[in-house]
Design a protein around this ligand. Sequence first.
Ligand code: GDP
Ligand code: CA
Length: 330
Amino acid sequence: MRVTALAGGIGAARFLRGVRAALPDADVTVIGNTGDDITLHGLRICPDLDTVMYTLGGGISAERGWGREGETFVVAEELAAYGVGPSWFGLGDRDLATHLVRTQMLDAGHPLSDVTQAICDRWQPGVRLLPMTNERVETHVVINDEGGQRAVHFQEWWLRLRAAVPAQAIVPLRAESATPAPGVLDAIGEADVVLFPPSNPVVSIGTILAIPGVRDAVARTPAPVVGVSPIIGGAAVRGMADACLTAIGVETSAQAVGVHYGGRGRGASSSPGTDGEQARPAGLLDGWLVDTVDAAAVVPGAVVASRPLLMTDLPATEAIVRAALELAGV
Ligand code: GDP
Ligand code: CA
């Protein structure tokens, strides 16, 4: 079975561990968000790719959910002693080696997809990890604070400001002129099932969908597409996804996120286009899995199912994945 998942960081990485447990023999392709990427101290940092890689490769800090287990922060302390920031981005010593290797390879002219594959040779995540694009797309957030109206890097808004300053806009810079990385569109078009893990709908999944061709590939894939809600009972389980949803005018609820992705309307009730052309699919989802507390959610054009969605441990996560696969009919 070929499984393709779009992925942010922590929510996706945990879910993907469940995918691997539920389908140990499946061919899993992960299309990772690179909109959170940032250059610091001359190093290219890809937080979401690394979170997926470290989590599936057994190197993640279990306590933090990001960065390395057994991490130390000596270099960060030394930088602070020089007064060199930013202090809000946690750069661990072990983690730094990954960024050094990545930056060296990028500087030598290798595309990010090749670099990611090379780094994954060490971690053996058991999935094919592709960046959404090889080009630099960075999410910026327009805010208005004592500094006036300005755009800051997503990481500054998220980590330094804790998303507490309202976002007036969230913009994946240069997304509109980017191209999907090699293999991305094929992985969506040739999958047996496409999954949206419970990732941030705006700055994780939304950014991947903003790369030209990706949204259309999902909308048109013959495979069933099933999403898992990152919102339970009107709140993001972890992090500040609510601030991102508010910024794009979407309510923080499982139903609103499902409606935001939109149903594909491929069920019995959908009718073909009347103008002789193939009707453009209305949305992205065939199935939307919500928590039992959100069981009343309705997403036109998609089948909604409910079950507990807290990824408390691996068995619980595996059960969520099995429910998503069941909803997909695979
Ligand atoms: P990030 O890039 O590290 O922020 O990670 P993602 O975008 O992949 O996922 C973040 C989202 O995961 C958050 O907005 C949460 O709503 C969601 N999330 C975290 N833990 C859980 C969980 O146990 N269950 C569900 N359903 N969602 C979760
Ligand atoms: Ca992220």
